[in-house]
Design a protein around this ligand. Structure first.
Ligand code: ZN
Length: 462
């Protein structure tokens, strides 16, 4: 019975989400499909990463033009031409689809006249591809790059680069993504077995008149954007243009038209998952998994629930919130704020905040990889050492926020005295024995406290 009520609340949430989309559309049926131009985030050197949206359907298809900077500038030019086409012909996007065209995720690479980002990292080798069943494509600092040359351009750790984090969040609710490169002259899907990715690559290749290959055969691509996307259930392919200079507009337009016509087959709607016996909404699951999963946030402890702002779900070490009103921003899913104080007896009293914190106006903050301690003017506290490393590697400002205390000793949930530090959206605790940093299990504690305080069934009879 309770289960059914929760399930029906989920349906209500879904209807609200769909309703929000419907309201965004013009009120009468004959109106043109909306076209929206916006910035999804910024590069490390502060250049905008721009997107154009055409259509408002439930299936999000993203075309990422340029990833590899200046040497593949024809992919940027191609996407600009595609934008002109879909601006003039928005009705070419089926009602079931909303199409996003991103001319480049690497504006710094274009400006700097090379393949890499501003830090010399290859953005198609930096993603966390350790989430799928395949080992060969796992992230590595040492990578095979252009012409099969080996170099240390995978980045300091998976998703270390700002542009990778922009992609990681913007694609959370995507059904499909096409990463265009040049110039090997073929189309291939994600490395690990994923039916919709394979079908999309076949259909694109046939439409465009390019050669289809199941695998990139020259070497293993580690940390690839397409492999990361497919590991979350997003259909993902790489078309490689034939020419290093020609945008090959006609061919790729036909490839995209073929994919759009086959949307039911190749653009699967993000699917709810079951973890720890709990249903987890698709977008929350993808965020959880892409940001460290059980190791960082713990397992889901209860079904999702509807709130005024969206859907929340409590995990052992965080409460994650999906806000439909923030769709297509980098903050569509975030951990809710943690309000914590250190009590006079040395233990931590924590609860989840009810008030939403402000969304950063200028996109994702820099991961700020640095060996020197970081000082935060916003709060007047600094982070350093193991806490700093954990903070930077697992999402930084965008996941945990700024520090709200200095490091101090406190009694953690397991009754041990440990070094802890409070952050806006988490409490860090250091285990000296394992030399590991972990988030305090605030979700587990809050649910436990709720059970202790809840009336017993006998009391409910009154
Ligand atoms: Zn490339």
């Amino acid at each position: 019975m309770r289960w059914n009520m929760r399930l029906s609340r989920l349906w209500l949430a879904l209807l609200l989400v769909l309703g929000a989309h419907a309201r965004a559309a013009p009120s009468h049926a004959q109106a043109p499909t909306p076209i929206r131009e916006f910035v999804i985030g910024y590069s490390a050197q502060g250049r905008p990463i721009e997107a154009v949206q055409v259509g408002t359907g439930p299936r999000k298809l993203v075309i990422v033009g340029n990833t590899h900077g200046a040497p593949e500038a024809n992919t940027y030019e191609l996407t600009r031409q595609l934008i002109d086409h879909y601006r003039a012909n928005p009705q070419a996007v089926p009602d079931a689809v909303r199409l996003y065209l991103i001319p480049t995720v690497n504006p710094d690479g274009i400006a700097l006249d090379w393949r890499f980002d501003a830090f010399g990292v290859d953005l198609n080798r930096n993603m966390n591809t350790n989430l799928d069943e395949c080992r060969e494509n796992d992230w590595s600092r040492s990578v095979f790059g252009a012409y099969g040359i080996t170099s240390d351009t995978g980045g300091a750790f998976p998703d270390s680069q700002l542009e990778s984090r922009v992609l990681r969040n913007f694609l959370l609710d995507a059904a499909g993504v096409i990463f265009i490169h040049s110039n090997a002259g073929l189309v291939f899907p994600a490395f690990c077995e994923h039916g919709p990715s394979i079908r999309m690559a076949e259909i694109y290749a046939t439409g465009a008149g390019y050669e289809y290959q199941r695998f990139w055969e020259r070497y293993f691509i580690t940390g690839g954007t397409h492999d990361w996307a497919a590991s979350l259930g997003i259909a993902a392919i790489i078309p490689e243009l034939v020419s290093p200079v020609d945008p090959e507009y006609e061919q790729n337009l036909r490839g995209i038209e073929a994919v759009l016509a086959a949307y039911a087959e190749v653009l699967p709607l993000p699917a709810e998952q079951v973890v720890n016996g709990q249903p987890v909404p698709a977008v929350i699951w993808r965020y959880w998994r892409a940001h460290g999963g059980e190791a960082v946030f713990g397992l889901p402890l209860e079904p999702p629930r509807q709130t005024a702002l969206g859907i929340q779900q409590t995990f052992a070490r965080a409460r994650l919130e999906y806000r439909p009103s923030l769709a297509d921003t980098l903050f569509v899913v975030q951990p809710v704020p943690v309000q914590a104080t250190l009590t006079s007896n040395g233990s931590i009293s924590a609860a989840f905040g009810a008030v939403p914190v402000g969304i950063p106006a200028d996109g994702l903050a820099s991961p700020m990889i640095s060996d020197a301690p970081l000082f935060f003017e916003q709060s007047g506290y600094r982070i350093s050492g193991g806490f700093q490393q954990f903070w930077a590697q697992h999402g930084g400002m965008d996941v945990f926020g700024v520090p709200l205390s200095a490091e101090q000793t406190a009694r953690t949930a397991d009754g041990q005295l440990r070094t802890v530090q409070l952050f806006e959206r988490a409490i860090f605790a250091y285990d000296a024995e394992t030399e590991q940093v972990q988030l305090e299990p605030v979700g587990w504690q809050v649910l436990l406290r709720g059970q202790v305080l809840a009336p017993t069934s006998a009391a409910q009879i009154r």
